[in-house]
Design a binder for this molecule. Structure first.
Ligand SMILES: [Zn+2]
Length: 179
């Protein structure tokens, strides 16, 4: 087994905060702040792309509990949750992990990126495309949906995203416009 986190979990050699069936929490080797914690799935998952939903849910629930404990036990005023998956994301260990970093208003660190990506798209997303085009491409690749585009005519049928539907619900013609 050459995954450093899997080895850690198998050997039990870590400063544990939690060891549970689906997820574990422990202290990293070089903490960014007092109480900085890593939350990882107990079984090997390389990143967010291959983690089963129930494992991801359990991991995020443990992230939430760790964050809440930081406020209660360490008087942290907030937390940062950092994670990376896949090439180009600066993932250091290819086993999904969430850094939970407690923050205080006077801690003097910043975990927020200060630069902007130089990437300008590739393949079908290359070139100067409008933001709406990119959003639509992402939505279509997963079947994600959004509510119909806002409509501003009452009581008549309109076309929204190719679907003929009522512009407003029955009865909405009375009283002030809700939009
Ligand atoms: Zn692993």
């Amino acid at each position: 087994m050459d995954c450093v986190f899997c080895r850690l979990i198998a050997d039990g050699t870590a400063h544990w905060m939690a060891r549970e069936e689906e997820a574990c929490a422990f202290t990293p080797l070089n903490p960014l702040a007092p109480g900085h914690t890593l939350v990882v799935p107990t079984r090997h998952c390389a990143g967010v792309f291959d983690t089963p939903p129930e494992v991801l849910s359990a991991s995020m629930l443990l992230v939430q509990r760790v964050a809440a404990a930081m406020r209660t036990a360490l008087d942290a005023s907030g937390v940062n949750i950092l994670s990376a998956s896949g090439p180009g994301s600066e993932q250091s260990v290819p086993h999904l992990h969430f850094h939970v970093v407690p923050r205080w208003t006077d801690d003097g660190i910043s975990t927020w990126p200060t630069g902007q990506s130089r990437h300008r798209g590739s393949g079908r997303t290359a070139g100067r495309r409008p933001r709406s085009w990119r959003l639509r491409a992402i939505r279509r690749s997963d079947g994600m949906t959004t509510p119909p585009r806002a409509v501003c005519s009452r009581g008549r049928r309109v076309w929204t995203r190719g679907v003929r539907r009522w512009a407003s619900p029955p009865g909405a013609g009375r009283g002030p416009r809700p939009w």
